[in-house]
Design a protein around this ligand. Structure first.
Ligand code: 164
Ligand code: MG
Length: 369
Protein backbone atom coordinates (compact mmCIF):
# COMPACT_ATOMS: atom_id res chain seq x y z
CA UNK A 1 0.00 0.00 0.00
CA UNK A 2 0.96 3.62 -0.47
CA UNK A 3 -0.59 6.29 1.74
CA UNK A 4 -1.64 9.28 -0.37
CA UNK A 5 -3.92 11.39 1.84
CA UNK A 6 -4.53 11.92 5.55
CA UNK A 7 -7.36 13.95 7.10
CA UNK A 8 -6.93 14.99 10.71
CA UNK A 9 -10.02 16.01 12.66
CA UNK A 10 -9.87 17.54 16.13
CA UNK A 11 -12.82 16.24 18.15
CA UNK A 12 -14.22 17.36 21.49
CA UNK A 13 -16.44 14.75 23.14
CA UNK A 14 -18.56 15.46 26.21
CA UNK A 15 -18.19 12.73 28.86
CA UNK A 16 -21.06 11.37 30.94
CA UNK A 17 -18.98 11.79 34.10
CA UNK A 18 -15.55 13.33 34.79
CA UNK A 19 -12.65 10.91 35.36
CA UNK A 20 -10.30 11.80 38.26
CA UNK A 21 -6.91 10.25 39.07
CA UNK A 22 -4.03 11.18 41.40
CA UNK A 23 -2.94 13.73 38.76
CA UNK A 24 -6.01 15.44 37.43
CA UNK A 25 -9.50 15.30 36.00
CA UNK A 26 -10.73 14.76 32.43
CA UNK A 27 -14.25 16.16 32.03
CA UNK A 28 -14.35 16.40 28.27
CA UNK A 29 -12.21 14.30 25.94
CA UNK A 30 -10.32 15.86 23.09
CA UNK A 31 -8.73 13.68 20.45
CA UNK A 32 -7.42 13.68 16.91
CA UNK A 33 -9.08 11.32 14.51
CA UNK A 34 -7.01 10.28 11.49
CA UNK A 35 -8.62 9.21 8.23
CA UNK A 36 -5.83 7.62 6.21
CA UNK A 37 -6.33 6.83 2.52
CA UNK A 38 -4.08 4.67 0.37
CA UNK A 39 -3.59 4.79 -3.42
CA UNK A 40 -6.34 2.20 -4.03
CA UNK A 41 -8.84 4.27 -2.03
CA UNK A 42 -8.93 2.02 1.06
CA UNK A 43 -9.48 4.09 4.20
CA UNK A 44 -8.12 3.24 7.65
CA UNK A 45 -8.85 5.13 10.86
CA UNK A 46 -6.62 6.01 13.80
CA UNK A 47 -7.20 7.87 17.08
CA UNK A 48 -4.77 9.76 19.32
CA UNK A 49 -4.90 9.05 23.06
CA UNK A 50 -2.74 11.86 24.49
CA UNK A 51 -4.61 14.14 26.86
CA UNK A 52 -4.66 17.92 26.59
CA UNK A 53 -2.20 18.24 29.51
CA UNK A 54 1.01 16.16 30.00
CA UNK A 55 0.11 14.56 33.34
CA UNK A 56 -0.07 10.91 32.28
CA UNK A 57 2.94 11.02 29.93
CA UNK A 58 4.77 13.93 28.34
CA UNK A 59 2.66 13.88 25.17
CA UNK A 60 -0.32 16.19 24.65
CA UNK A 61 -2.90 16.59 21.94
CA UNK A 62 -0.89 19.51 20.52
CA UNK A 63 2.45 17.65 20.57
CA UNK A 64 0.87 14.71 18.74
CA UNK A 65 -0.47 17.05 16.08
CA UNK A 66 2.95 18.72 15.72
CA UNK A 67 4.70 15.35 15.43
CA UNK A 68 2.19 14.08 12.89
CA UNK A 69 2.29 17.22 10.76
CA UNK A 70 6.01 17.95 10.81
CA UNK A 71 7.62 14.50 11.05
CA UNK A 72 5.41 11.40 10.91
CA UNK A 73 3.20 12.18 7.91
CA UNK A 74 6.18 13.36 5.82
CA UNK A 75 7.96 10.09 6.68
CA UNK A 76 4.97 7.96 5.65
CA UNK A 77 3.19 9.70 2.75
CA UNK A 78 3.85 8.25 -0.73
CA UNK A 79 6.11 5.43 0.56
CA UNK A 80 5.45 1.83 -0.53
CA UNK A 81 4.65 -0.39 2.43
CA UNK A 82 4.19 -4.15 2.24
CA UNK A 83 3.25 -4.63 5.91
CA UNK A 84 2.29 -2.36 8.85
CA UNK A 85 5.38 -3.54 10.77
CA UNK A 86 7.35 -1.34 8.35
CA UNK A 87 5.78 1.84 9.73
CA UNK A 88 7.92 1.68 12.87
CA UNK A 89 11.01 1.36 10.63
CA UNK A 90 10.00 4.55 8.77
CA UNK A 91 9.65 6.27 12.16
CA UNK A 92 12.85 4.79 13.62
CA UNK A 93 14.82 8.05 13.63
CA UNK A 94 12.06 9.92 15.48
CA UNK A 95 12.49 9.54 19.22
CA UNK A 96 9.61 8.53 21.53
CA UNK A 97 6.27 10.33 20.87
CA UNK A 98 4.59 6.92 20.95
CA UNK A 99 1.02 8.22 21.01
CA UNK A 100 1.54 10.25 17.84
CA UNK A 101 3.18 7.26 16.10
CA UNK A 102 0.50 4.82 17.23
CA UNK A 103 -2.37 6.92 15.88
CA UNK A 104 -1.14 6.71 12.30
CA UNK A 105 0.20 3.15 12.57
CA UNK A 106 -3.22 1.94 13.81
CA UNK A 107 -4.83 3.31 10.65
CA UNK A 108 -2.25 1.48 8.51
CA UNK A 109 -3.08 -1.79 10.35
CA UNK A 110 -6.76 -1.13 9.61
CA UNK A 111 -6.00 -0.71 5.87
CA UNK A 112 -3.87 -3.86 5.91
CA UNK A 113 -6.62 -5.93 7.54
CA UNK A 114 -9.13 -4.71 4.94
CA UNK A 115 -6.82 -5.39 2.00
CA UNK A 116 -5.96 -8.88 3.22
CA UNK A 117 -9.69 -9.48 3.86
CA UNK A 118 -9.48 -10.37 7.53
CA UNK A 119 -10.52 -8.94 10.85
CA UNK A 120 -7.96 -6.74 12.58
CA UNK A 121 -7.88 -9.24 15.46
CA UNK A 122 -7.04 -12.06 13.03
CA UNK A 123 -4.43 -9.92 11.24
CA UNK A 124 -2.71 -9.44 14.62
CA UNK A 125 -2.73 -13.17 15.33
CA UNK A 126 -5.58 -13.08 17.83
CA UNK A 127 -7.96 -15.99 18.10
CA UNK A 128 -10.34 -15.16 20.96
CA UNK A 129 -14.05 -14.69 20.19
CA UNK A 130 -14.81 -13.04 23.51
CA UNK A 131 -12.67 -10.83 25.72
CA UNK A 132 -13.09 -10.21 29.45
CA UNK A 133 -13.73 -6.63 30.43
CA UNK A 134 -12.95 -4.78 33.65
CA UNK A 135 -13.79 -1.26 34.70
CA UNK A 136 -11.62 1.60 35.94
CA UNK A 137 -13.22 3.84 38.55
CA UNK A 138 -11.82 7.32 39.13
CA UNK A 139 -11.34 8.96 42.54
CA UNK A 140 -14.75 9.84 44.06
CA UNK A 141 -15.84 12.54 46.49
CA UNK A 142 -16.68 9.96 49.18
CA UNK A 143 -16.16 6.26 49.91
CA UNK A 144 -19.97 5.79 49.98
CA UNK A 145 -20.21 7.11 46.42
CA UNK A 146 -17.36 4.79 45.35
CA UNK A 147 -19.03 1.74 46.93
CA UNK A 148 -22.34 2.60 45.23
CA UNK A 149 -20.62 2.85 41.85
CA UNK A 150 -18.74 -0.42 42.33
CA UNK A 151 -22.03 -2.14 43.19
CA UNK A 152 -23.52 -0.96 39.88
CA UNK A 153 -20.49 -2.23 37.93
CA UNK A 154 -20.47 -5.59 39.73
CA UNK A 155 -24.17 -5.98 38.90
CA UNK A 156 -23.42 -5.15 35.26
CA UNK A 157 -21.01 -8.11 35.24
CA UNK A 158 -17.61 -6.40 34.83
CA UNK A 159 -14.91 -9.01 35.49
CA UNK A 160 -12.72 -6.86 37.72
CA UNK A 161 -12.70 -3.41 39.25
CA UNK A 162 -9.74 -1.03 39.27
CA UNK A 163 -9.77 1.92 41.61
CA UNK A 164 -7.42 4.86 41.74
CA UNK A 165 -5.37 5.47 44.88
CA UNK A 166 -3.11 8.29 46.07
CA UNK A 167 -1.44 9.10 49.41
CA UNK A 168 -4.19 9.65 51.98
CA UNK A 169 -6.78 7.93 49.76
CA UNK A 170 -5.58 4.32 49.86
CA UNK A 171 -5.64 1.77 52.73
CA UNK A 172 -8.96 2.83 54.24
CA UNK A 173 -10.63 3.05 50.84
CA UNK A 174 -9.42 -0.42 49.86
CA UNK A 175 -10.39 -1.79 53.28
CA UNK A 176 -13.94 -0.47 52.81
CA UNK A 177 -14.22 -1.96 49.31
CA UNK A 178 -12.91 -5.34 50.50
CA UNK A 179 -15.34 -5.40 53.42
CA UNK A 180 -18.28 -4.74 51.06
CA UNK A 181 -17.07 -7.04 48.25
CA UNK A 182 -14.96 -9.84 49.79
CA UNK A 183 -14.54 -11.83 46.55
CA UNK A 184 -14.35 -9.06 43.98
CA UNK A 185 -11.34 -9.22 41.60
CA UNK A 186 -9.93 -5.84 42.66
CA UNK A 187 -6.82 -3.80 41.86
CA UNK A 188 -5.49 -0.32 42.61
CA UNK A 189 -3.75 2.16 40.27
CA UNK A 190 -1.55 4.89 41.78
CA UNK A 191 -0.33 6.64 38.60
CA UNK A 192 3.14 7.12 40.20
CA UNK A 193 1.83 8.87 43.33
CA UNK A 194 4.19 7.10 45.82
CA UNK A 195 7.91 6.76 46.57
CA UNK A 196 9.89 4.09 48.44
CA UNK A 197 9.32 6.17 51.60
CA UNK A 198 5.70 5.00 51.43
CA UNK A 199 6.63 1.32 51.61
CA UNK A 200 4.74 0.70 54.87
CA UNK A 201 1.50 2.02 53.42
CA UNK A 202 1.95 -0.06 50.27
CA UNK A 203 2.71 -3.16 52.39
CA UNK A 204 -0.58 -2.66 54.23
CA UNK A 205 -2.34 -3.18 50.90
CA UNK A 206 -1.01 -6.78 50.89
CA UNK A 207 -3.76 -7.63 53.38
CA UNK A 208 -6.55 -7.13 50.82
CA UNK A 209 -5.85 -9.78 48.23
CA UNK A 210 -5.50 -7.32 45.35
CA UNK A 211 -4.88 -8.72 41.87
CA UNK A 212 -2.10 -6.16 41.49
CA UNK A 213 -0.99 -2.61 42.32
CA UNK A 214 -0.49 -0.56 39.17
CA UNK A 215 2.38 1.91 38.78
CA UNK A 216 2.95 2.83 42.43
CA UNK A 217 6.28 4.62 41.81
CA UNK A 218 7.76 7.05 39.28
CA UNK A 219 7.12 6.55 35.60
CA UNK A 220 10.84 6.46 34.74
CA UNK A 221 11.93 4.21 37.61
CA UNK A 222 12.15 0.45 37.27
CA UNK A 223 14.96 0.13 39.86
CA UNK A 224 12.83 1.25 42.80
CA UNK A 225 9.92 -0.82 41.51
CA UNK A 226 12.23 -3.87 41.67
CA UNK A 227 13.14 -3.01 45.28
CA UNK A 228 9.47 -2.54 46.14
CA UNK A 229 8.36 -5.77 44.46
CA UNK A 230 10.80 -7.74 46.68
CA UNK A 231 9.01 -6.37 49.72
CA UNK A 232 5.42 -6.75 48.51
CA UNK A 233 3.33 -9.90 48.15
CA UNK A 234 0.94 -8.21 45.72
CA UNK A 235 2.22 -8.22 42.12
CA UNK A 236 3.22 -4.83 40.75
CA UNK A 237 1.78 -3.99 37.33
CA UNK A 238 3.74 -1.47 35.28
CA UNK A 239 1.89 1.03 33.10
CA UNK A 240 3.69 4.38 32.54
CA UNK A 241 7.15 2.76 32.92
CA UNK A 242 6.78 0.54 29.85
CA UNK A 243 7.13 2.48 26.59
CA UNK A 244 8.80 -0.23 24.47
CA UNK A 245 9.81 -3.88 24.26
CA UNK A 246 13.23 -2.88 25.65
CA UNK A 247 11.58 -1.36 28.73
CA UNK A 248 9.58 -4.55 29.23
CA UNK A 249 12.67 -6.75 28.89
CA UNK A 250 14.61 -4.71 31.45
CA UNK A 251 11.71 -4.53 33.92
CA UNK A 252 11.17 -8.28 33.73
CA UNK A 253 14.90 -9.03 34.07
CA UNK A 254 15.12 -6.78 37.14
CA UNK A 255 11.97 -8.23 38.71
CA UNK A 256 10.24 -4.83 38.73
CA UNK A 257 6.78 -6.24 38.04
CA UNK A 258 4.65 -9.38 37.84
CA UNK A 259 2.15 -7.98 35.33
CA UNK A 260 2.24 -5.48 32.44
CA UNK A 261 -0.53 -3.17 31.26
CA UNK A 262 -0.13 -2.72 27.50
CA UNK A 263 -1.50 0.48 25.99
CA UNK A 264 -1.04 0.79 22.24
CA UNK A 265 -0.45 4.56 22.37
CA UNK A 266 2.04 4.45 25.22
CA UNK A 267 4.24 1.88 23.45
CA UNK A 268 4.14 3.54 20.02
CA UNK A 269 1.76 1.27 18.14
CA UNK A 270 0.24 -2.14 17.59
CA UNK A 271 3.46 -3.72 16.25
CA UNK A 272 5.38 -2.83 19.45
CA UNK A 273 2.40 -3.86 21.59
CA UNK A 274 2.43 -7.28 19.93
CA UNK A 275 6.17 -7.64 20.54
CA UNK A 276 5.69 -6.84 24.24
CA UNK A 277 2.80 -9.30 24.41
CA UNK A 278 4.93 -12.07 22.86
CA UNK A 279 7.94 -11.36 25.09
CA UNK A 280 5.76 -11.38 28.22
CA UNK A 281 4.19 -14.65 27.12
CA UNK A 282 7.63 -16.26 26.76
CA UNK A 283 8.52 -15.05 30.25
CA UNK A 284 5.24 -16.06 31.94
CA UNK A 285 4.22 -12.44 32.62
CA UNK A 286 0.46 -11.97 32.16
CA UNK A 287 -0.69 -8.82 30.36
CA UNK A 288 -3.90 -6.84 29.97
CA UNK A 289 -4.99 -3.99 27.75
CA UNK A 290 -5.14 -0.58 29.40
CA UNK A 291 -7.50 2.18 28.37
CA UNK A 292 -7.06 5.89 27.68
CA UNK A 293 -10.73 6.87 27.70
CA UNK A 294 -10.79 6.06 23.99
CA UNK A 295 -13.62 6.75 21.61
CA UNK A 296 -14.76 3.98 19.27
CA UNK A 297 -11.76 3.78 16.92
CA UNK A 298 -9.14 3.45 19.66
CA UNK A 299 -11.41 1.10 21.57
CA UNK A 300 -11.82 -1.12 18.47
CA UNK A 301 -8.03 -1.38 18.16
CA UNK A 302 -7.78 -2.32 21.85
CA UNK A 303 -10.38 -5.05 21.42
CA UNK A 304 -8.53 -6.54 18.43
CA UNK A 305 -5.23 -6.54 20.37
CA UNK A 306 -6.86 -8.16 23.40
CA UNK A 307 -7.80 -11.14 21.20
CA UNK A 308 -4.12 -12.26 21.53
CA UNK A 309 -3.70 -15.19 23.88
CA UNK A 310 -1.54 -13.71 26.67
CA UNK A 311 -4.13 -11.00 27.41
CA UNK A 312 -5.29 -13.22 30.25
CA UNK A 313 -6.47 -10.48 32.61
CA UNK A 314 -9.56 -8.30 31.99
CA UNK A 315 -8.74 -4.99 30.26
CA UNK A 316 -9.96 -1.41 30.73
CA UNK A 317 -12.12 -1.73 27.63
CA UNK A 318 -15.52 -0.69 28.97
CA UNK A 319 -18.36 -0.30 26.45
CA UNK A 320 -19.08 2.91 24.54
CA UNK A 321 -22.02 3.87 26.74
CA UNK A 322 -19.83 3.96 29.88
CA UNK A 323 -18.11 7.19 28.79
CA UNK A 324 -20.06 8.54 25.82
CA UNK A 325 -23.53 9.82 25.13
CA UNK A 326 -22.86 8.95 21.49
CA UNK A 327 -19.81 7.04 20.29
CA UNK A 328 -18.18 7.75 16.93
CA UNK A 329 -18.66 4.19 15.63
CA UNK A 330 -21.63 2.06 14.65
CA UNK A 331 -22.66 -0.29 16.10
CA UNK A 332 -21.57 1.05 19.45
CA UNK A 333 -19.26 -1.19 21.50
CA UNK A 334 -21.31 -3.28 23.88
CA UNK A 335 -20.29 -5.17 27.03
CA UNK A 336 -22.53 -8.10 27.89
CA UNK A 337 -22.03 -10.06 31.05
CA UNK A 338 -18.48 -8.69 31.35
CA UNK A 339 -17.55 -9.66 27.78
CA UNK A 340 -17.06 -7.96 24.45
CA UNK A 341 -17.52 -10.07 21.34
CA UNK A 342 -14.44 -9.67 19.10
CA UNK A 343 -15.65 -8.63 15.62
CA UNK A 344 -14.94 -11.27 13.00
CA UNK A 345 -15.81 -9.09 10.00
CA UNK A 346 -13.15 -7.51 7.79
CA UNK A 347 -11.19 -4.59 9.30
CA UNK A 348 -11.89 -3.18 12.76
CA UNK A 349 -15.47 -4.45 12.68
CA UNK A 350 -17.12 -1.08 13.45
CA UNK A 351 -18.04 1.72 11.03
CA UNK A 352 -17.01 5.32 11.76
CA UNK A 353 -20.23 7.34 12.09
CA UNK A 354 -19.50 10.41 9.95
CA UNK A 355 -22.60 12.27 11.05
CA UNK A 356 -21.56 12.12 14.72
CA UNK A 357 -17.90 12.69 13.85
CA UNK A 358 -18.81 15.88 11.95
CA UNK A 359 -20.92 17.08 14.85
CA UNK A 360 -18.01 16.65 17.29
CA UNK A 361 -15.30 18.06 15.00
CA UNK A 362 -13.94 21.49 15.94
CA UNK A 363 -11.29 21.67 13.21
CA UNK A 364 -10.09 19.63 10.28
CA UNK A 365 -7.10 19.59 7.92
CA UNK A 366 -6.28 17.50 4.85
CA UNK A 367 -2.68 16.52 4.06
CA UNK A 368 -1.51 15.18 0.70
CA UNK A 369 2.21 15.62 1.16
O1 164 B 1 -10.00 3.98 29.48
C1 164 B 1 -10.29 3.56 30.62
O2 164 B 1 -11.41 3.15 30.90
C2 164 B 1 -9.25 3.49 31.71
C3 164 B 1 -8.83 4.78 32.14
C4 164 B 1 -7.66 4.72 33.12
O3 164 B 1 -7.72 4.04 34.11
C5 164 B 1 -6.56 5.57 32.84
C6 164 B 1 -6.52 6.33 31.74
C7 164 B 1 -5.55 7.31 31.57
C8 164 B 1 -4.69 7.60 32.56
C9 164 B 1 -4.86 7.03 33.86
O4 164 B 1 -5.60 7.81 34.68
C10 164 B 1 -5.48 5.65 33.82
C11 164 B 1 -4.38 4.63 33.80
O5 164 B 1 -3.31 4.98 34.26
O6 164 B 1 -4.55 3.49 33.39
MG1 MG C 1 -2.51 3.13 34.93
Amino acid sequence: MRIEEITIRHLKMPMKAPFTTSFGTVAEKELLLLEVKDASGTIGWGETVAFVAPWYTEETLKTTWHMLEDFLMPALLHKDIAHPDEVSTLFATIRRNGMAKASIEGAVWDIYAQQTKQSLAHALGGSKDLIDVGISVGIQSSTEKLLELIKVYVEKGYKRVKVKIKPGYDVEVIRAIRAAFPNLPLMADANSAYTLNDIEVLQQLDAFNLLMIEQPLAADDIIDHAKLQKQLKTPICLDESITSLEDARKAIELGSCGVINIKIGRVGGITEAKKIHDYCQQHAIPVWCGGMLEAGIGRAHNIALTALSNFVLPGDTAGSSHYWYEDIVTPEIVVEDGHIRVPQSIGIGYQPNLEIIDKLTISKKVYKG
